[in-house]
Design a protein around this ligand. Structure first.
Ligand code: S3P
Length: 444
């Protein structure tokens, strides 16, 4: 696919404290799943609050290419007329999943148990990411996968008519792998069983139930075990997508770091398997207040009040990683501005994100005068007590979260911080620059 034109961005200290009430775009994980489950259901699914970032638009295009009718109304409601389980049709061209690992891996699950041939590719970042973690379990359905060296995209898939149900213990904590296996199991007779040693985000399980599938979750000493009864009739259902906690993380940390700030972020998803960052910031003394807790569209949601504060360092245990896997770059920025030395433990999975996020995060901090070390899978950050030097240019490596983290760092540092390319921010957080500037940031 074509690489969007690079958009260098620079962020400096705001002239005034950050102030205002904002809402962030819809949750990326839930948005992908709403489109996919909608396409597999019978009837019309209506989705409100869908994230219209590039990643999710790729999923929408893929579901259209597979025969679902996906449209949106002027008021922002999306409508998906589904084909029913097993009813997707062969795409007549390559499916391009852009920058999105979630879209690519979940779609592999759907395609494995549909009797059709498909080829999938993505951008240079996605073509470097490991797909064997889904290919290996999905091959046991009877579907066939041919990939490039190292299990990389482009990938050819010959799905199977009578798929075998899977019984799989996920070897790495990954909601994407878990979800791919469950999606394959939707069109396999009998029970699909997935075991995860560490709990990962459960949006697939929640949404499967919401669409009428029978899902049972057992929590044992060995982790979580999910049982899905195959070939249910998924019935179209309305989905309300909450604000993405992984996107809220950026204005939230920005408000903590800019002295005197007072910001409210409304309607943020607070699924307990996504709130690890809030726990870390609480341990660092952030004093965040959550008001108006409620359930919307089956997911817990709340409004977050955050104010500028002096943070202290923290030691973050590795078992927190699944609940905040996408938040480490912005947590690292907070730690760089805290007093003391923080240790973020067990970050192995960060190496296979949109970039090698462990290296990219470390390089972002080093380029801006923050002393760090990487020891095995731990990132050690020597906090500068509120004011890192800044003045550096951060290599974003096609990674939206590195770009946004760098721009937040620029709001706290003595000198402005630049990101070499902000174009990928649109994959998850369209309107980020305008939203941040609207509460007083200076990103240009
Ligand atoms: C996601 C799961 C996470 C996360 C990604 C979205 C999902 O990946 O990093 O942004 O929607 O299932 P892994 O489950 O592979 O860690």
């Amino acid at each position: 696919m074509t690489h969007p034109a690079p958009t260098p961005l620079t962020s400096g200290k705001p002239a005034e404290p950050l102030q205002g009430s904002i809402a962030v775009p819809g949750d990326k994980s839930i948005s992908h799943r709403a489109l996919m489950f909608g396409a597999l259901a019978v009837g019309e699914t209506r989705i409100t609050g869908l994230l219209t970032g590039e990643d999710v638009l790729r999923t929408a295009a893929a579901m259209r290419a597979l025969g679902a009718v996906v449209a949106h109304d002027p008021d922002g409601t999306w409508r998906v007329a589904g084909r029913g389980i097993g009813g997707l049709t062969e795409p007549d061209d390559v499916l391009d999943m852009g920058n999105s690992g979630t879209a690519a891996r979940l779609l592999c699950g759907i395609l494995a148990s549909h009797p059709l041939f498909a080829v999938m590719t993505g951008d240079a970042s996605l073509r470097r990411r490991p797909m064997r973690r889904v290919i290996d379990p999905l091959t046991a359905t009877g579907g066939r996968f041919s990939a490039r060296e190292g299990g990389r995209l482009p990938l050819a898939i010959q799905g199977v008519q009578d798929a075998m149900p899977l019984d799989y213990r996920v070897p790495v904590p990954s909601a994407q792998v878990k979800s791919a296996v469950l999606l394959a199991g939707l069109n396999a007779p009998g029970v699909t069983r997935v075991e995860e040693p560490e709990a990962t985000r459960d949006h697939s399980e929640n949404m499967l139930r919401h669409f009428g599938a029978s899902v049972r979750v057992e929590t044992t000493g060995a982790g979580r075990i999910i049982h899905l009864h195959g070939q249910p009739e998924l019935k179209a259902a309305d989905v309300v997508v909450p604000g993405d906690p992984s996107s809220a993380a950026f204005p939230l940390v920005a408000a903590l770091l800019v002295p005197g700030s007072r910001v409210t972020i409304t309607g943020v998803g607070l699924n307990p398997l996504r709130t690890g960052l809030l726990q870390c910031l609480d341990e660092m003394g952030a004093g965040i207040v959550i008001r108006n807790r409620r359930i919307e569209g089956g997911e817990p949601v709340g409004d977050i009040d955050v104010a500028g504060v002096d943070l202290r360092a923290a030691d973050i245990p590795p078992d927190r990683a699944p609940s905040m896997i996408d938040e480490y770059p912005i947590l690292a920025v907070a730690a760089a501005c805290a007093t003391g030395t923080s240790r973020l433990r067990g970050l192995k999975e960060l190496r296979v994100k949109e970039s090698d996020r462990l290296e990219a995060t470390a390089a972002m901090l080093t380029a801006n005068g923050v002393r760090i070390e990487i020891e095995a899978d731990d990132l050690i950050i020597h906090g500068n007590g509120a004011v890192p030097a800044g003045g550096g240019t951060v290599a974003t490596h096609m990674d939206h979260r590195i770009a946004m983290s760098a721009l937040v760092l620029g709001m706290a540092a003595s000198q402005p911080v630049s990101a070499d390319d902000g174009a990928f921010i649109d994959t998850s957080f369209p309107g980020f620059v305008a939203l941040m500037n609207g509460i007083g940031a200076r990103i240009a």
